[in-house]
Structures are given as C-alpha cells and as structure tokens.
Design a protein around this ligand. Structure first.
Ligand SMILES: Cc1cc2nc3c(=O)[nH]c(=O)nc-3n(C[C@H](O)[C@H](O)[C@H](O)COP(=O)(O)OP(=O)(O)OC[C@H]3O[C@@H](n4cnc5c(N)ncnc54)[C@H](O)[C@@H]3O)c2cc1C
Length: 397
C-alpha cells in the first residue's frame, strides 16, 4: 500500500500552506474557543477567501462552486486547515449536505443550495438528535404532517451545533406514524429564520455556547423541501453520515497539538527542570509519553489515509471509518490529557488568565472540549458495535 501523494498534490499542499500562513493571524485563539461575534465575522471573511479559489469545496464540480479536484486534494486541504487551526465555518453544509444534495437533490434544490454552501454565504446545522433519540436515532419523534403544499412540523431537536448561527437546517422528521421506525422518516430543509422555529443555548463544560435545543411549533415547510422521497429520509440521512468520515482533520489537530507540546517541553525544561513540574528534560516519563503519542498520531494519520484512499477509489468505507473515528477521537483526548499533565501547574490555566496561560491555554480548553468528540457523530460504543458487526462479522448484541 502506498500513501504517497503525487507531485502535483504536494505542490497543492505547499500552495495551501502559504495561503494559510498569510491569511491566519499568528495569535488567533484556537478554533473551539472562538464563539464571539468578532470571530464569527473573521470566519466568514476567511471562508469567502477560500471560496474565491474554489477551496471551500475543492472536490466539487465547478458548476456548483468547486474546483473540480479529487478527494485527495480535499484531504490535503482539510489536513492543512486543521494543522494550521484554520476555522471551519460550516462542516454541515460543506461536508454533509452538499454531497447528499448532489446524490439525492432535485435540480431545483441543487441550484438553490449548493452555490451558497460553496461560496460560504449560507451556513447549515443538523437537526438529527432529539432528547430521547441519539444513538437510536430512528426512534425520533418530531412529526411532520402534510397540509396542502406544506408539511407542518412539531417537535424538538437537541445538541444542534451552530443552530444559533446557521441560516438553514436539514432535519429528520416522522411523516408516517404507522410505518416501522426506519421507514416513516423524511429529510427536510428549512430556513432557521422561519415562524415556528426557535432555539435555546446549551452551554458545554468549557463554558462555550456551541450547541442548542431547537423547538418546532407548527413550522411550515414546503413539500418541495423534502430531499429524496417521502418516508425514505432515513436512507438519505444515513448516506449523509458516510461523507467525510476520514477523520483527517482530527488526526492533523492531534499532530499539531503534540508538536506544540514537544516544543514547549524542549523550551521550558532546557537542560534543567521544567519550572511548573519539577520534571527534568530527560524525564523518562515525559519522553516515553511523548514518544507514545507520536507513534499514535502516525497510526491515526494512516487510518485516515486508508479511509480517504478508499473514497478516492469510489469505495464506501464503513467499518474502516468507525475504526478511524474511535481511534482519533480517543487519541485527541489522550493528547489533551498529556498536555495538561506535562504543563504541570500551568496545565489547567485557560487563556483568559493571560499572564499564566501557556500555549494560549489550549490544553486546558481542549481537555474539556475534546470530551464531546467520543460522543458527537456516533459514540465510541456505537462505532465499536459497527466494527464488531460489519468489520469482524460478529452477531448483534
Ligand atoms: C459536541 C457535540 C456536538 C453535537 N452536535 C450535534 C448536531 O449538530 N446535531 C445533532 O443532531 N446531534 C448532535 N450531537 C448529538 C450526538 O449525535 C449524540 O449525543 C450522540 O449520537 C449520542 O446520543 P445521546 O446523547 O442521546 O446518547 P445515548 O444514545 O442516550 O447514549 C448514552 C450512552 O449509552 C451508550 N449506548 C447507547 N446505545 C448503545 C448500544 N446500542 N450499545 C452500546 N452502548 C450504547 C452510548 O454510547 C452512550 O455512552 C452532538 C453531540 C456532541 C457531544
């Protein structure tokens, strides 16, 4: 197996790096921390610059605002973006809805929505999870009832990332109450600023507002906003989850965090002891921990490349994506944990306490934020179930 990129792809990587170094301020806070109005504006402007080059969706056809490149160029783009901590404005539109519309959308839906995603003008959120339906998503209770040319939607979503920023939402709702649970669901598109839709913030344990509860009270959605067939939305929604699961962003994030940590350890411990830990530069404990993490980030990178190379060959990775998801999300937690430990007393200090924060307090923050990674997009237990059943052929539990 050969994961080398071609000369052209390596040249593209250099071009992307130069662009990112020029456009991203050195002292920018880490992506997760940035939920202020100011940062949101920065993200929008930055994404418009990417879009102007067709780089927001490099692998999409030009007719929809892409650059007609391949999956591997998209992988390079994501890898460099994550390594340089470039903000990701709209993973839901770019990575999920866009590819699904290309597969299942009507010409009208494609024409209406794809250019806005590719230009960074319109952002999306994902209305899947409900208070009683997360891992068992097909048990969802939000109802959509036909009324003339519209559906009237009532119910609630939860953990909806970016609902407070997004312009549109794609959501799953039950359109047939009698059918078996996977068979009575449809996939809808709705603007977020419509009568009958409201949201309430949920603050995570890092004290950040990333996700929300969303409520539908007699929300009217035109029937032409269903993607795919009525009652077949489960299959549209599931296809959506197959996109962009290589985890390459997570792998590059861990590699960057580890490089920062190694740099910090070299600098602060010098030839003597690191001031906040008392551990010496040659401490076997730290050396071995960093070496282990280096090995693991390399393993993670190649797991991602395996998924991406399958996608590039037109195959649909399944258990392979779950392997990468479990490994990389758990690795990101191990890296954050190591950061907090190795930095000793400075470890838990966040960037608000500028005087004492080291590496902009990133490890204190990521230690908390990364906890969600083994839950979002399917928990580690669910991914392990997939690996056991579809990867190893074991019976269902
Ligand atoms: C940071 C973050 C962002 C998110 N963003 C969004 C979003 O934008 N849109 C959206 O729709 N959702 C979003 N979610 C929700 C996410 O998809 C769900 O939290 C996830 O699917 C788990 O569902 P749940 O929280 O209901 O937990 P549950 O499904 O209730 O699971 C509880 C526990 O039981 C375990 N469990 C459940 N079933 C099984 C089983 N069959 N075998 C073994 N163990 C099992 C789970 O692994 C978990 O540990 C987000 C979550 C997080 C953390």
């Amino acid at each position: 197996m050969d994961y080398r990129f071609s000369q052209e792809q390596e040249a593209f990587r250099v071009e992307v790096r130069e662009f990112l170094r020029k456009e991203l301020p050195e002292d920018r806070e880490q992506d997760e921390e940035a939920d202020s109005e100011e940062d949101w504006r920065f993200r929008r402007q930055f994404h418009k610059k990417l879009a102007a080059r067709g780089w927001l969706v490099p692998h999409w056809p030009r007719q929809y605002g892409g650059a007609d490149m391949g999956i591997l160029e998209q992988v390079i783009m994501r890898e460099e973006m994550a390594y340089h901590r470039a903000p990701l404005l709209d993973i839901f539109g770019v990575n999920m809805l866009g590819p699904v519309l290309m597969m299942y959308g009507t010409d009208e839906q494609k024409g209406q929505h794809l250019p806005g995603i590719a230009s960074g003008e319109v952002t999306w959120c994902q209305g899947y999870s409900e208070p009683g339906s997360g891992s068992d998503l097909a048990s969802l209770q939000t109802r959509a009832v036909r009324d003339g040319d519209d559906y009237v939607i009532n119910g609630q979503k939860i953990w909806t990332s970016n609902a407070h920023r997004a312009d549109w939402m794609f959501l799953l709702a039950r359109t047939d109450q009698e059918a078996p649970k996977h068979k009575g669901i449809s996939f809808f598109l709705t603007p977020m600023r419509a009568p009958g839709i409201s949201h309430r913030p949920l603050i995570n344990l890092a004290d950040l507002h990333g996700f929300n509860e969303v409520f539908f009270e007699d929300l009217r959605v035109p029937a032409k906003n269903i993607v795919g067939d009525e009652n077949r939305g489960w299959y549209v929604g599931a296809a959506l989850l197959d996109f962009e699961r290589s985890g390459i962003g997570s792998s590059a994030q861990s590699r960057r965090a580890l490089n920062d940590l190694v740099g910090y350890w070299r600098e602060t411990s010098g030839n003597g002891a690191a001031p906040s830990t008392g551990l010496r530069a040659g401490s076997a404990r730290v050396r071995h921990l960093l070496a282990d993490l280096m090995i693991e980030t390399e393993v993670g990178r190649f797991l991602s490349y395996r998924v991406a190379s399958m996608q590039a060959r037109g195959e649909v990775p399944n258990a392979e994506s779950s392997v990468a998801k479990v490994y990389l999300s758990e690795l990101s937690q191990r890296v954050a944990n190591a950061g907090v430990q190795i930095m000793g007393l400075y470890g838990p200090v966040r960037s608000e306490s500028k005087k004492w924060a080291r590496l902009r307090g990133q490890f204190a923050l990521t230690y908390m934020v990364r906890l969600g990674q083994t839950i979002a997009g399917g928990t580690s237990e669910i991914q392990r179930n997939i690996v056991a059943q579809r990867g190893l052929g074991l019976p269902r539990a």
